[in-house]
Design a binder for this molecule. Sequence first.
Ligand code: BDP
Length: 665
Amino acid sequence: MTADPREHPMWLPPHALQFLRGRPVVIRGADPLLETIRSEAADAGAVDRGERVDAGTPASTLLIVPAADAEEVWPRPLPVAGLRAEGFVIAQDGDRTIIAYADGRGALYGWFQMIRDHAGGERRSTPARFEPQQALRVLDHWDNISAHPVMGQVERGYAGGSIFYADGSVRRDLGRVARYARLLASIGVNAVTINNVNVGRREAQLLTDDLGTVELLAGIFRPWGIRVHLSVNFASPLDLGDLDTSDPLDERVAQWWSAATAQAFARIPDLGGYLVKADSEGQPGPHAYGRDHADGANMLARALEPHGGVVRWRAFVYNHRQDWRDRSTDRARAAYDTFMPLDGRFDDNVLLQVKYGPIDFQTREPLSPVIAAMKHTRIALELQVTQEYTGQQRHAVYLAPQWSEILGGRPFGDGGPPVSELVRGGIAAVSNVGDDAYWTGHPLAQSNLYAYGRLAWDATLDARAVLSEWMALTFGDDEAVNDGIHSILDDSWATYESYTAPLGVGFMVTPGSHYGPSVDGYEYSPWGTYHFADRNGIGVDRTVATGTGYTGQYPQEWAAMFESLESVPDELLLFFHHVPYTHRLHNGATVIQHIYDTHFRGAEQAAELPARWDALRDHIDEDVWMRGAERFAEQARSAGEWRDQINTYFWRASGIPDEHGRTLY
Ligand code: BDP
């Protein structure tokens, strides 16, 4: 199965399906995705019994049937009534198992759930019903066809080159894409964007001259129930067409998009739609013509509507040419200020894709206020599986606990709905895979990809349980591996947070690469990501009373909580307030002592990781182990560097020594 000798399997290696060898299977129905299951079953050595179920059907048969047939083939009632799209029910009766599905995808997801159940020793004597919370669960690839001179082939990629493209065009051997598609299907991902949101000329041509590439990739994803989406460049009619404008209200522009879209759907009838980064960080957009984001998004939405496609319009907009001396500008405010006045103006097939925080994928940020505010707009939440600001797949950081916290947040107070319900347009995330032998650079970063799919399907899943699932499907049933990796990953997000930027203030990373510490790296730059530390204090005053007014963008419950020093959560203190170093946190420590303590402790915890990994040496494939060992050594080194730079900086700024007398330089 693993064709490239340099490629290691992720989860679901062939032996994970060994239990199906010789097992009779009945697969009933006409959906093309059932063919995929048939060939999975054949590969696993299962015995195809056709479609009939009768007295001769062996007791141990696995039945995969449409929900409507459940009653006929199963002795007891199953909870199939009103089963939603992509849903399925699994039940067991003795050795017999049934997957009763709503549609082809439901069957496929049921198939993989059955494998997950087996790996985790789960028996379904009580029937279990599964339906996705979100209809759209998409991975966005920031892959370029021609490598970008600075960003490389995959923007913010930490796992080598693109699995789709090499040498300026689509790869000849797409076997790996097929294996990727299968893994994504196994975690319920149903869409993939195949090019970067920053769309260069070559990538823009995917929609015009190079539809062949899209067709090819769509053909590989299709058998796994995955639709392909394209990032498009708003200026394409001007850059690639023969128009002198890309004004969204110009009839010729609308026609250009309609024609291009119709041509694309003629070849790829199940194309998912477009992803657009407009008027953001230098990308073109409707503002050049005095139009707003709704004008731009709706124009594209109307081109897609007849074909059933959607536009995901990104809300990641801000002025990236700010003046750090002007404290009235606050990057955190930008998305709300720009989009809130447009609430209610977007067409039904526009999804406003919002990063989870108001700044940019930081280790710790409050939830973007746009998510609760825009009640008449379908919001899609954007997460980042690729670890741009969380250690770049050199540090082991399991992100599922962060996502659980985001998805479970209740901006209208404890009685209100969680984010996973406020978000009605789906969940997106930036992918972390590349052509690296281990797919994700750090082999343990595979767990993030796995967990993303699982939480996008069901936000209430427990992050630790999901990690156990991933391990069972990847390393098999080995208690030492299970315990060892839990001890490394369970608190890894907290550990990473503790040795990097303190108390929600964010950034302090090396400009450009975003790896490693640089306290003032962005402090006097136009990007708007400041900490305002001086000898008296640190933090950004975002209150309504004395600051930028950002807290006022939240529903009253959260606005009040963040506004007051009494109630702001410690971990977000410096995101919302500028305080003296002697300010006391709710946990009793002063800000400065907290900085010292967390940085000493965090770096110590990171320094223990190599030994924990060492202990697993005999339990894990040698190559995988070696790669991990190299990464853990780097994490320990880098955490020490963070500790030293942060502690030294704040000791010099504040002149306040460590209560415990540790050396601060
Ligand atoms: C930032 C990345 C940049 C992306 C941008 C985006 O540094 O490479 O283009 O996000 O999301 O985090 O558009």
